[in-house]
Design a protein around this ligand. Structure first.
Ligand code: FES
Length: 160
C-alpha cells in the first residue's frame, strides 16, 4: 500500500461514520496501517494525525502502547506465542525455545530474510486451546513442538 492509498483508506473509514468522534478512528486507522505496512512509521502516523485532526503525539502514544502495533520493521509474518498461565502450563515456553532454534532468532527479532518476527504475547483469549500461537491472523491451538516445522513451512519457511 502506498501512503496515498493509506490516506484514502483513512478517509473512507471516516466516511463510514461508525464511531462517535474522529479520535476514536485512531485505532482502526492504525490497524489498517499494521496490516499493510512493514511498520507504522512516522509518515503513517502523520497521515492519521492530519486526517483525523488528532495530535501526532497521541497517535504515536497509541501506536507504541499497544503490543499488536509495530513501530519497528517487522517480518512478513508475525508469530505470537502466548505465555500466560494456561499456555505456560501447557508448554508454551518450550514452543518459544523451539521456534527460536528453528528460526535462528531470539524473541522480538526478525529473521534475516524478513519472513518471520517472533514475539512472546499476552493471553489471546484462546486459553481452551492452550498452548496457542498465531501467525498473523491465523490461529494454531494445542500446538505440539513437533508440529512447528509444518506450521512454519505453510508460511514459506525453508528450514528442515
Ligand atoms: S493463556 Fe494463552 S491464550 Fe489465554
Amino acid at each position: 500500500m502506498t501512503y496515498d492509498e493509506f490516506r484514502e483508506e483513512v478517509r473512507k473509514l471516516k466516511e463510514e461514520g461508525k464511531y462517535p468522534s474522529l479520535k476514536s478512528y485512531t485505532l482502526p486507522a492504525l490497524w489498517i496501517a499494521e496490516k499493510n505496512f512493514p511498520c507504522i512509521d512516522h509518515e503513517v502516523m502523520r497521515i492519521i494525525s492530519s486526517e483525523l485532526g488528532v495530535p501526532l503525539v497521541e497517535v504515536e502514544e497509541a501506536a507504541r502502547f499497544y503490543a499488536m502495533f509495530h513501530t519497528e520493521r517487522k517480518g512478513k509474518y508475525v508469530i505470537r506465542v502466548c505465555t500466560n498461565l494456561s499456555c505456560m502450563l501447557n508448554g508454551s515456553y518450550s514452543l518459544l525455545e523451539e521456534l527460536e532454534r528453528l528460526l535462528g532468532v531470539k524473541v522480538g527479532e526478525t529473521t534475516k530474510d524478513g519472513l518471520f518476527t517472533l514475539e512472546e504475547y499476552e493471553c489471546m483469549g484462546l486459553c481452551d486451546g492452550a498452548p496457542a500461537i498465531t501467525v498473523n491472523e491465523e490461529r494454531f491451538l494445542k500446538v505440539k513442538k513437533e508440529e512447528l516445522p509444518t506450521i512454519l513451512k505453510k508460511f514459506g519457511w525453508k528450514g528442515d
